[in-house]
Design a binder for this molecule. Sequence first.
Ligand code: NAG
Ligand code: NAG
Ligand code: NAG
Length: 569
Amino acid sequence: MALAGSVIVLLAATLLPLLFFSPAEAGEMGVNYGRVANDLPDSASVVNLLKQNGITMVRIYDADPRVLRSFANTGIKMMVMLPNEQLADAARDRRYALDWVRSNVSAYYPATQIHAVQVGNEVFASRPDLTWSLVPAMANVQRALADLGLADAVKVSTPVAFSAVAVSWPPSDGRFRDDVAEPVMRPMLDFLQRTGSYLTINPYPYFAYAAQWSNAISRDFFLGNPNPGERDPKTGLVYYSLLDAQLDATYFAMDKMGFTSLAAYTGETGSPSSGGPKPALGRLTARNGDPPAASKENAQAYNNNVINRVLSGRTGTPHRPDADMDVYIFALFNENQKGSGPDDIEANFGLFYPNMQKVYEFDFHGAAPPPQPQPPATSSWCLANASVGDSWLQAALEYACGHGADCSAIQPGAPCFEPNTRLAHASYAFNSYYQRNGRACGTCDFNGAAYVVYNEPAGTCDPNTSWCVANEAAGDARLLEALNYACANGADCSAIQPGAACFEPNTMVAHASYAFNSYYQRNRRASGTCDFAGAASVVYQAPKYGNCVLPSKALFEEATAKSEVHAAI
Ligand SMILES: *[C@@H]1O[C@H](CO)[C@@H](O)[C@H](O)[C@H]1NC(C)=O
Ligand SMILES: *[C@@H]1O[C@H](CO)[C@@H](O)[C@H](O)[C@H]1NC(C)=O
Ligand SMILES: *[C@@H]1O[C@H](CO)[C@@H](O)[C@H](O)[C@H]1NC(C)=O
């Protein structure tokens, strides 16, 4: 079937930014280093912890001199905060703001790489009485930075709780709450645009998921796991995570005020690993054995999905596909003085326990590391010759398996048993013998039953690698949704665009297979990454569609893609 136009539009929208922006330009991953606790390690130990775990950016909720000194000359970027308690003074008094910036920012810069000052914290939600001081305080801090020559190096923003967005579904209905939209958001957005800064929003899909009574939000949609997607009926845009929907609701709210290109950064997002629901929340009835909303499983999946996404440069959303965005996970540690006690979810958002043990596994080194030098590729293969006849092949097959070929993979139930033909099994055994003998002259003969080829033959089975292909039986509609999901979530779909190497055959199964396989390889063939709700399955023989052989490695760069997407002869 010929692909619908919408796929091409989506491919163009999601792929071009991937091809032209490096991860560093698309956004950085940081962590919120909150310290509302009495049992945390000292800040020098925290620096080591961050370094060991590849964490390069942190936000703190004050400008504590001990912390700022510990981070000097570490290369770790820092975001400091002027606390709500000082907001009114900073708004009223330019000299106060200047003193604050001089003693809390410029005294440490540049040894401590402070790159932003957050003025206040979730003011609309936590200190509505300070709403009117917010933008004047931001302006005074900005003037102070300019007076001290730091206006380019250090940006001013303020974290906005997601509750400032009045409507979040469908995302295109997103708008700011009436009480803040015109009086505060408009001058703030204007200030952020003029100063080359960004809106800082704190979306927490967890709260919407945990608070629902209806189970309308699926666990996979909350976590950003593969899922069938939710369509915004007004724009036709399909969302595969609640985070994307919340971010787009924010972008649409900004659009409605005329700020169509201002960036929004995520100042906080995360998910608790334990704790009971807050009394004010609804009660999610977990289905089909889903873990409780606040659980290690959910926190781990949510945070790793966010981390992998940002580190691989995929910070765009359906509405703003090329958006750059820094994202800070909340939080570095479980903080025992937050919330109403140790069982409150508020105290359980940490990636680490106070003793610096991980609460669950996560990795800030990225799902898509820079390409590693590959070992020299196999340059020739040994195949069985069908025309010598079955009995000859059988004798040669037994000889090979008895003389050093690894024939375990062609036993019943092993990955290379299928296709169960003598020719395929003999080819497997001859090639194993040939490779194990270093492709030495004479080791691919077997009395004329075998011959050497110099291009990797289609259908070569390798039990140590695998590919992901689309199941035709899933039907075009499901394949299309899953294809869109894969292409929007890290699969390299450039080869299936018109004119590219694997555009032909232009069928849904071939294109979906290409995209599923790329997603699977990029996720290092992790379990669960070749499923797409049953639309895909794993195979052990290089699949071939027309002249397109699916690669057995992730193609992290266009350059490697060109050398690896080879057309089979
Ligand atoms: C620097 O910041 C800290 C923490 O916010 C604050 O207590 C202190 O007063 C600030 N210094 C000045 C001169 O305002
Ligand atoms: C296969 O075997 C036949 C008959 O022995 C021989 O003529 C032919 O050249 C062989 N093919 C290859 C590719 O070696
Ligand atoms: C697969 O991996 C195992 C263990 O690393 C190795 O012994 C075996 O030779 C490999 N098989 C192939 C066909 O590469």
